[in-house]
Design a protein around this ligand. Structure first.
Ligand code: ADP
Ligand code: MG
Length: 777
């Protein structure tokens, strides 16, 4: 008898276990049984051969039509060719051999049905599999074995690899299923409430189904497994968090927060008021707030963060704001000190009565400035400390850390959150996490599932619209001239523009110092996973597998210049335009006479800051930049953005970039320059961006088109491999139900003492998350 955690070799032997590990990374019984069939062939229904595509690695069910054998012309040996058919189309199976192949001729007798597995290619106009593996059904030498193997009506076809065929996987699965002895991790009452079959049944049903209904039932149950397990872990985390104590920081009347509100030059939106009230209430509790604030680009998340920080400062605590880039940290520092005015000038002439101080701590500070910032943080003089990763260093200490705010969380992992939180001494600080882009609810529940969620959907009133156009530079080169003309017109009216390129260029190597490559390391960490959208055209909605060579997007190529999405057609095209090259060209040509400046991650920090400052002050007309401006940069007078090679960027990334314009009262213009073909996939993505300003819609689209793992990013180490059947977008309802059940169960039995099977499944998941985290680190 075997349990899911047992090593495979104990069940199927070393010889069968080795190739499963080597080719597919399957090591335990559970790994194997969660390697689900990609589709099913039905006995008597042959695979549609017309649907095969060159290069695919396929397993087809077909009938042998005829065989021929002839000697090779120039060498010793023979070519044996069998033609198989689905009744309409044909596929050639070719075998070369040094000797005669009479035995093969006897074996592959016309009329027999078999499974044939190999890579599809075309030779002299004919589809073929060269040297396929095969397994004949029902007759021939292997009759007895094959009959037992395929006793069921439906034949599972597994995501296979060169080294191991689908039917060898099936044979191992059969043995594992036969010896399986497992307890169900989902408690019976929950199964009954939701009409779910048991786990052992579901595993049998997905691997050796009797009919389609069996598959459906099993898949539903196995999806529940994934959702329920994950939500149990998250519920435990949420519960554990409430067990910590925190210093309550209720709102203090007539403090800094009231003074700040009085200074605000605008009304808060309804969404801002609601989120602000929620946060305000939670800061007043004696256990730590754990809240995610997500919202549309430009919806005004920063104001909410500042108000929360001031409430904490009023309550005698300090707040820290962690930003993902130096540029953003600098900007927050500038704008927050400016907004606070005298409220941030404690100990200075003109400072307000209860004034505090704001400190900035980044990696590029000089020694003296750094010492001062560290001192202000440690002494408690600075109520607000803003910075980058430099804040995580050990020397950074606080007198009374009460609130951690993390801006644009997708760039940080949970462990960085924790590093900051640990600086609070006893008790825990409150935590507010903000996302850069809107994300669908189920994604939020999964990726940030240990946080409560506030969402801002509306933009502040009076925001001018952003108009987005696709500029087809290949078809209409003169449009590009018009683009530069537009920037001159903006400049003539005293407005400013961004020109965004995917690469820095110049001579130096584009190393990891590039800010725009940050996302490369995070969201698109590149590792291929098995959730790809390789489809073999015959998918019955079964588990979707990338297959070994689906060549999909996001192969995480060597491009370090920034766009996180190579796009399906990035291969084989010219490298994207580079900041340094384009800036020089524009300065000489179409934008001669305008004040241009470049910004990219390879600039020394003080130059970066100088460039950004100059742009913010309006002494630069055009900022030629990489995606360092992607997140958060806020210059209301900037009205136009030109994105070169726009097809190289992801949909959400374009939306985020475009959010840099139209932030003031002048309408924004975003021009997506591309050489991608009209009607092609890339152009459709760009058209979608041009067609809507709804970031939630675009993030769904992003998620549909790209691998979830890549979109979800570093925040969910381990989760992508635990979600095999579950689709975050399509299974929203199921995820919601699983979340409610898990939350209830965990609140009644936090340690899962009464649920040993669930507890052990949780342990396995956590171990896997840790392993993946370590692999990444
Ligand atoms: P994001 O949510 O993308 O981080 P920001 O916090 O940077 O957005 O806010 C975008 C701009 O909108 C800022 O210039 C900010 O001052 C302004 N803003 C925020 N809230 C309001 C409001 N209620 N009314 C008008 N402008 C606002
Ligand atoms: Mg922001």
């Amino acid at each position: 008898m075997a349990i899911l955690e047992d090593p495979l070799r104990l069940v199927i032997g070393d010889k069968a276990a080795k190739p499963l590990d080597r080719a597919l990374g399957l090591r335990t019984v559970g790994d194997l049984l969660r390697h689900y069939p990609r589709r099913y062939e039905t006995r008597g229904e042959l695979t549609d051969l017309a649907s095969l595509r060159d290069g695919e690695y396929v397993t087809v069910l077909a009938r042998v039509a005829k065989v021929t054998s002839r000697p090779m012309r120039n060498r010793r040996g023979s070519i044996f060719e069998a033609t198989v058919t689905d009744g309409r189309g044909e596929l050639a199976l070719t075998f070369f051999s040094r000797g005669r192949q009479d035995w093969r001729e006897r074996q592959l007798a016309p009329g027999l049905h078999g499974l044939f597995s190999g890579q599809v290619s075309t030779f002299r106009g004919k589809r073929q599999l060269a040297h396929p593996d095969y397994e004949l059904l029902g007759e021939g030498e292997d009759a007895a074995h094959a009959a037992a193997e395929y006793a069921a009506e439906m034949i599972p076809v597994y995501p296979a690899a060169r080294e191991i065929t689908s039917w060898r996987i099936a044979a191992s699965v059969r043995i594992a299923l036969d010896v399986l002895d497992i307890e169900d991790p989902i408690p019976r009452p929950i199964r009954e409430r939701h009409g779910l079959c048991g786990l052992a049944d579901a595993l049998r049903g997905i691997h050796r189904p009797i009919d389609r209904a069996d598959v459906r039932r099993s898949r539903e149950r196995l999806k529940w497994d994934e959702a329920f397990l994950l939500q149990t872990v998250l519920a435990q985390r949420r519960l554990a968090a409430t067990a910590y104590s925190a210093t309550p920081r209720p709102r203090v009347p007539d403090g800094l927060l009231d003074a700040y509100d009085a200074r605000l030059p605008f009304e808060l939106t309804v969404g801002q008021q609601l989120a602000g009230a929620q946060i305000g209430d939670e800061l007043a509790l004696d256990h730590p707030m754990h809240r995610l604030l997500q919202g549309e680009v430009g919806s005004g998340k920063t104001v909410i963060a500042v108000r929360a920080m001031l409430q904490v400062v009023d309550g005698g605590g300090q707040a820290v704001l962690l930003a993902p880039t130096e540029v953003l940290a600098q900007q927050h520092y500038r704008s927050i000190t400016e907004q606070l005015g005298p409220l941030a000038q404690a100990g200075q002439l003109g400072g307000a009565e209860h004034a505090t101080r704001v400190a900035l701590l980044t990696g590029s500070l000089g020694a003296a400035a750094r010492r001062r910032a560290l001192l202000e943080a440690a002494s408690g003089e600075a109520g607000i400390v803003i910075g980058t990763h430099a804040l995580l260093e050990e020397q950074v200490q606080f007198a009374e850390l009460g609130l951690v705010v993390i801006d644009e969380q997708h760039r940080f992992g949970v462990e960085q959150r924790d590093a900051l939180r640990d600086k609070a001494g006893d008790g825990r600080p409150h935590l507010l996490v903000m996302t850069a882009t809107p994300i669908p609810r189920t994604v939020a529940m999964t990726v940030f599932g240990d946080l409560e969620i506030s969402t801002l959907t509306e933009l502040p009133a009076g925001r001018a619209p952003i108009f987005t156009h696709v500029v087809p530079a290949a078809e209409k080169p003169h449009y590009l001239e018009r683009v530069w003309e537009r920037l001159r017109e903006e400049a003539a009216q005293g407005r400013q523009s961004y020109v965004v390129c995917a690469r820095i260029g110049g001579d130096g190597p584009e190393g990891p110092g590039d800010d725009s490559a940050v996302r490369e390391g995070g969201a698109a960490s590149g590792a291929r996973d098995d959730r790809g959208r390789g489809d073999d055209g015959q998918d019955d909605g079964g588990p979707d597998d990338g297959g070994p060579d689906d060549g999909g997007p996001d192969d995480g190529g060597p491009d370090d210049g920034g766009p996180d999405d190579g796009g399906p057609d990035a291969e084989g095209t010219r490298p994207p335009l580079a900041v340094l090259d384009l800036a020089a060209e524009l300065e000489r040509g179409p934008l001669a006479g305008l004040r241009l400046t470049v910004l990219h991650g390879r600039l020394p920090p003080d130059e970066k800051d100088r460039a950004m400052l100059a742009f913010a002050e309006g002494s630069v007309d055009v900022l030629v930049t990489t995606t360092v401006v992607e997140v958060g940069v806020d210059v209301p007078n900037a009205t136009a953005m030109v994105i070169m090679d726009a097809d190289r960027f992801g949909v959400s990334q374009l939306h985020q970039l475009r959010g840099r314009v139209g932030r003031g009262s002048h309408e924004g213009l975003c021009l997506l320059v591309t050489e991608a073909e009209a009607g092609g996939k890339s152009r459709q993505r760009l058209d979608a961006v041009a067609g809507t300003l709804d970031g939630f819609k675009l993030s769904r689209l992003d998620l549909e088109q790209r691998r979830e793992g890549d979109v979800l990013g570093a925040a969910q180490a381990g989760r992508r491999s635990s979600l095999k059947l579950l689709t975050l977008l399509k299974d929203e309802e199921l995820i919601g139900r699983a979340r409610r059940e898990a939350t209830e169960l965990v609140s009644a039995d936090p340690a899962l003492a009464g649920q040993p099977a669930l507890a052990s499944a949780v342990r396995v998941l956590l171990a896997q998350e840790r392993a993946e985290f370590l692999e990444k680190a």
